[in-house]
Design a protein. Structure first.
Length: 795
């Protein structure tokens, strides 16, 4: 079907068409016809209906006239198509195409498939602005992630509430799109015997730790521009924020991202090799082309960092003979760039491990902080064990000798062979999140070898945290360490409730895991007990009815900090009801579009008013833990249900990174609309509404105890190492009917607990198990391999 979209184009609203033979998801079964007179572009937009990813592909049926103005643009949201660069560029990593705009000069019929991957996109815009015509068919994308239909995943969940069912599936699709299979990322550059060809690719920084902190160096290389421009970076951080220096051979102008510019005085031509030298001395930078100075400038935006080579949008160049030295001439790095072995030095090669990244489009990097949520949603849906293992191995290898972890790792690398001998990191909370991810992995799989391998490393982190206690509270005054997921907000220095509650949660969550790893946990549980007391004594505000943001900011509170306090037993152990704290959070945070991540009292301290699915993940967990079904349902309905609703203008069938108070994407066009940390309900619905929970690691023992949440029925399955646990419950005339079965290992055992709240109370009922009346009215045993049918009847 075709309908008007924008004044100069058409929108093709399509349904998903998958060709198994070609492994292509097709956007449409119709042809795309483009014709322009050169003065008015012809635009057609295809809508896949939800986000896809992979290598874009299309068949050129015919081409005539001038097609040099043919471009294809990709976007997660329709609004992004209003910008030329769409929701890019994305220079942070080499795990996908830098640009969301691809330029083509099509001269003849044939199949075109992009070499690099486009991360998540729902919309694909075709634009012909030159005087010519094109006819395209078989427009689609070759996915690089799993595309198993969501109804056929190892895990499943459905219920009588369409919102909750959609939420589960949207989280499962988010997990699929953020699980990157090993070997699926192509080399960022094309390495040849004459050098490396770079096409429309942002410079990627050399990953050497010493160079990353360098304030001065000389770099030299040869460049052969195939089109007019090439670009290189200096003083670059690990996410490629840098001073960019662009050389335009056709105009003879050399310019920088800091607004300086100069003239290339030597004669240079497109297609010819030229030599480039740059001297970096902190703020002072000098560039020479063919041994003649082209630019000298002073800047104050960057003071240290690495270097990289690239090509601007629509341009390409060959590079060879890269060499870097200190200002005294001591070699730092060198490569001919004619052998693929150098690609790993810049994280530009293949990805050797199955890994979970933060977002399909942005950043496409593995983050330790996200794993606490992402691991749980993965196990509940795709059961991608290898992705969990690969992520833990990779990110976990970035532990420092101090004990904490570096918060992220690019996926085009093997795990580091030994700890990093440094004493600085960022996002310290992510190190605690990583501990919780380790605990979840052991809880689900029950692998004692895993526990023994990782327990000593977990202990190193916990002991480091203990060494940072001041008056009984984990206290960090260095702002470099105390940033968090909300990078746009101030650091939480001092004694932060968030980091203290997260530390307590890690002590609690890792106890079983540490015991299995051979660690005596008595002292860690004593530390937990003391920490609970200290947090409550020093950070609880009776008037506010919540734990304050920190000992430095007492005018408001953080959502995740108070949720984590509940999860780690802090208010409960000090005579405060979990539900009363949840009521405070509702009163101070809840908006129609979901709960704020920080109360209004923090605004004066610089904290933004945003809604965070990541922070809300812990809010949801704490509500379920407190048996507060009303709060849990409110969170699901206000925050997650609109994102999962196909009628939402920004719908992608994946969950978003952050939201504004009005429920729109919270970081503008650059917001990731496929972010794994937002998929918490996929795990929590299975755990609490379906009711399947681990009792002993590896599901050697388990239980089923649903929370009804006002539903009429729910059903689903939970994959485990011992077999699949299938559960179905429904209310028939307000009476509970439940089937529970373990398909597989008969060595497991479980217990069915009736819901705490039933329309007809247990005391007014009798229960039958497989047709026989049982005396116990609240719990019933199940053995692996058998089907148990529980039926409630009125007395």
């Amino acid at each position: 079907m075709m309908r008007p979209y924008i004044a100069i184009g058409l929108l093709l609203q399509t349904t998903l068409a998958v060709s198994e033979a070609a492994n292509v998801i097709y956007a449409s079964d119709s042809c795309v016809n483009l014709s322009s007179d050169g003065s008015r572009p012809n635009i057609v937009v295809l809508d896949y209906g939800h986000s896809v990813e992979g290598h874009p592909t299309f068949q050129v049926v015919s081409a005539s006239g001038d097609t040099s103005g043919f471009e294809v643009t990709f976007a997660e949201s329709k609004a992004a198509l209003n910008l030329y660069m769409s929701d890019g560029p994305l220079p942070l990593a080499a795990a996908m195409d830098t640009y969301r705009v691809n330029k083509y000069n099509v001269t003849e019929p044939g199949l075109i498939t992009n070499r690099l991957i486009q991360g998540a996109f729902r919309y694909e815009k075709f634009n012909l602005s030159s005087a010519g015509s094109l006819r395209l068919e078989r427009v689609g994308v070759k996915p690089t992630v799993e595309t198993t239909p969501l109804t056929e995943l190892p895990g499943s969940f459905e219920c009588s509430d369409d919102d909750l069912t959609r939420i589960w599936y949207t989280g499962a699709r988010t997990a699929q799109l953020t699980e990157i299979p090993k070997g699926s990322i192509p080399d960022f550059w094309q390495v040849t015997d004459q050098g490396s060809l770079v096409e429309s690719a942002a410079p990627q920084a050399l990953s050497d730790p010493g160079v990353s902190q360098a304030t001065s160096y000389d770099i030299e290389f040869d460049a052969k521009p195939i089109t007019g421009e090439f670009v290189f970076s200096v003083l670059s951080d690990t996410l490629n924020e840098a001073v960019l220096i662009t050389c335009n051979i056709e105009t003879g102008v050399i310019s920088t991202s800091t607004s300086s510019s100069g003239k290339i005085s030597s004669k240079t031509n497109v297609g010819e090799w030229l030599s480039v030298h740059a001297r970096v001395n902190m703020t002072d930078i000098e560039v020479s082309i063919n041994n003649q100075t082209a630019l000298k400038f002073t800047q104050t935006s960057r003071f240290y960092g690495s270097f990289g080579l690239g090509a601007p949008l629509g341009h390409s160049a060959y590079y060879r003979n890269l060499r870097a030295t200190t200002l005294e001439g001591v070699e730092i790095y060198s490569s001919t760039l004619k052998d693929k072995s150098f690609l790993k030095d810049f994280f530009m090669g293949n990805n050797p491990l199955d890994t979970i990244v933060d977002g399909s489009r942005r950043d496409r990097i593995a983050y330790s902080g996200d794993l606490d949520i992402a691991i749980s949603s993965t196990f509940a849906s795709t059961y991608g064990k290898s992705f969990v293992e690969g992520s833990l191995d990779l990110v976990g290898s970035y532990q420092t000798t101090a004990g904490f972890w570096i918060p992220n790792a690019k996926i085009q690398q093997e795990p580091l062979p030994q700890p990093l001998d440094i004493n600085i990191t960022g996002l310290i909370g992510y190190s605690f999140n990583f501990l919780n991810g380790l605990a979840t992995n052991y809880e689900v799989l029950g692998d004692k070898t895993f526990a023994k391998t990782w327990a000593p490393r977990a202990v190193a982190m916990l002991d480091w945290a203990h060494s940072k206690l001041v008056d009984g509270l984990f206290t960090i005054d260095d702002a470099a360490l105390t940033g968090d997921w909300n990078y746009y907000d101030p650091s939480q220095t001092g004694a932060s409730t968030k980091f203290n509650a997260l530390y307590a949660y890690s002590l609690q969550r890792t106890e079983t895991f540490l015991k299995a790893g051979g660690v005596s946990t008595a002292k860690y549980q004593t530390r937990l007990k003391n920490l609970r007391k200290a947090i409550h004594k020093q950070l609880w505000n009776e008037t506010m009815g919540a734990y304050v943001l920190s000992n430095e900011v007492r005018t408001g509170f953080a959502q995740d900090a108070n949720a984590l306090a509940i999860l780690s037993g802090i208010p409960q152990s000090n005579g405060i009801s979990s539900k009363s704290l949840l009521k405070t959070m509702e009163a101070e945070l809840q908006l129609p579009a979901g709960p704020l991540a920080f109360s209004n009292g923090t605004v004066s301290s610089g904290f933004a008013q945003k809604i965070s699915p990541f922070s809300s993940a812990y809010h949801l967990r704490s509500a379920f833990e407190a048996s507060d079904g009303d709060t849990a349902k409110q969170l699901l309905k206000t925050l997650w249900a609109p994102m999962a609703n196909p009628s939402n203008v920004n719908y992608t069938n994946t969950f978003w990174e952050t939201l504004d108070p009005n429920g729109t994407p919270g970081l503008g066009i650059m917001t990731s609309l496929c972010h794994g940390w937002a998929a918490a309900p996929t795990a929590e619905l299975v755990k609490w509404v379906l009711g399947v929970q681990v009792v002993k690691p590896g599901f050697a023992e388990w239980k089923v105890q649903p929370m009804l949440l006002g539903l009429e029925w729910a059903k689903g399955r939970v994959p485990t190492e011992k077999g699949v646990i299938e559960v179905e419950w429904k209310l028939v005339s307000d009476l509970l009917h439940m089937n529970v079965r373990v398909v597989g290992d008969k060595g497991t055992r479980g217990t069915i607990y009736v819901p705490e709240v039933l329309p007809v109370s247990a005391k007014d009922s009798i229960f039958t198990v497989n047709g026989k009346i049982v005396k116990k009215k609240n719990q019933f045993s199940v053995k692996g391999g058998e089907l148990v049918t529980l039926i409630q009847k009125r007395k």
